[in-house]
Design a protein. Structure first.
Length: 106
């Protein structure tokens, strides 16, 4: 069954940003009949934010046929988020220095 496309609000992009993957899935199912590109974009926002580099690649393949420029944007955003995650992991990550008084009772 074909539904007529109608313009939906850009406020829907906040759902995956605020609620993560669940918000992206909800936005997709609400928007998929009215504005399918916006629905797929909401899924891609949640995947890219949630999974970084891998999410950017997945999002690229979801959107590449519908909107090439938006697909590239998500690919680049995923690369940047992946690099940012690695750098922050190296800066803030666990250190090799342990407290000498640390004991584990088994």
């Amino acid at each position: 069954m074909s539904y007529p496309e109608k313009q939906r609000s850009n406020w829907w992009y906040l759902a995956p940003i605020i609620a993560g993957v669940i918000g992206g899935i909800i936005a997709y199912f609400v928007l998929r009949n009215d504005d399918p590109v916006k629905g797929k974009t909401c899924i891609c926002i949640s995947i890219t934010i949630g999974f970084g580099f891998i999410g950017g690649i997945i999002s690229y393949f979801i959107l590449r046929k519908d909107n090439q420029s938006r697909a590239k944007l998500f690919l680049y955003a995923g690369i940047i988020l992946g690099i940012l995650g690695i750098v922050l992991g190296l800066i803030v990550g666990p250190t090799d220095v342990l407290d000498p008084g640390f004991n584990v009772n088994v």
